[in-house]
Design a protein around this ligand. Structure first.
Ligand SMILES: [Zn+2]
Length: 226
C-alpha cells in the first residue's frame, strides 16, 4: 500500500490551517468496468485512498482535488463559493457527521463556482460513486452516477474532447447508462465509443484495453436489454 503522510494545508477560502492525509503512490490491482481502481486489502482501505484525493477544509467545507497551495481564488470566486457552501442543502444536513462522499460533493459545488470543465466535474462525481459503492451507500452511488453521466454528456457536447479523453468519456457514458439500467441507451454509446477509436488499421495500441472493454460491456448490455 502507498505511503500515507499528513501535509499541512491552508484553506484558500477561510485561511484555516489544518493537517490532512496525503496519498503518495499506491498499488492497484486492475480496474472495475467503470474504471474504479481495485486495491489489495479491504474495500474500506480502497475507499480511503480515493477519498484522500480530495482535501476539504474542516471549518468552511471548501474542497478540491488540487493542492490547496496551488489555488488562487479571485475575490468574486471567494464570495460566490462562500455563499454556495453556506446555502448548500446536503452540506447543511451532513456537515456535522460527514459521510464518505461529502468531500466530493463539496468539491463539485466549489468546482462549479471555479469554472472547472464539465469533464472534471463529472470525474469528481464518478469518484464519489466509487466511494459510495465501496462503502455500500447504494442510493448515493446511483445519484453520483447520474450526475457524472450528465456532466460527461455536456462535456462531449460542449468541450471539444478528443483522443483518449473523448474515447474514455464516451465509453463511460455508455457504462454509466448500463449501470443505471438504461441498457439500450448504453448500447448506443458503446457504438459511439467504438467509433471514436477510428478504423482497425489506425487504432491507438495504448487503447486496446478500452476496445476490449467496449466489446465485453456491449455484449453484457445486449443480454441485459433482452
Ligand atoms: Zn476553510
Amino acid at each position: 500500500m502507498g505511503e500515507l503522510r499528513s501535509v499541512r494545508n491552508q484553506c484558500p477560502l477561510c485561511s484555516h490551517v489544518f493537517l490532512a492525509p496525503h496519498v503518495g503512490t499506491y498499488v492497484t490491482v486492475g480496474r472495475e468496468t467503470d474504471l474504479c481502481p481495485k486495491f489489495p486489502g479491504r474495500q474500506s482501505d480502497g475507499s480511503r485512498r480515493i477519498r484522500d484525493s480530495i482535501t476539504m477544509c474542516p471549518v468552511c467545507s471548501f474542497a478540491a482535488s488540487e493542492d490547496f497551495s496551488d489555488l488562487d481564488l479571485t475575490f468574486d470566486e471567494r464570495y460566490d463559493i462562500e455563499e454556495r457552501l453556506q446555502e448548500d442543502g446536503l452540506l447543511k444536513v451532513f456537515r456535522a457527521s460527514p459521510p464518505p462522499w461529502l468531500a466530493f460533493h463539496a468539491a463539485e459545488v466549489c468546482g462549479q463556482e471555479r469554472g472547472l470543465r464539465f469533464r472534471e466535474l463529472g470525474d469528481l462525481c464518478l469518484r464519489a460513486s466509487w466511494v459510495c459503492r465501496k462503502e455500500r451507500e447504494h442510493p448515493f452511488e446511483s445519484t453520483f452516477q447520474l450526475r457524472a453521466l450528465r456532466y460527461f454528456i455536456r462535456a462531449l457536447r460542449e468541450e471539444g474532447l478528443y483522443g483518449r479523453e473523448l474515447s474514455v468519456t464516451t465509453y463511460l457514458v455508455g457504462e454509466l447508462n448500463r449501470r443505471l439500467g438504461n441498457h439500450r441507451e448504453a448500447l448506443n454509446w458503446y457504438v459511439n465509443a467504438e467509433r471514436t477509436l477510428g478504423d482497425e488499421a489506425g487504432r491507438d495500441a495504448s487503447l486496446a484495453w478500452l476496445d476490449r472493454l467496449i466489446s465485453e460491456q456491449s455484449k453484457l448490455a445486449r443480454e441485459q436489454a433482452a
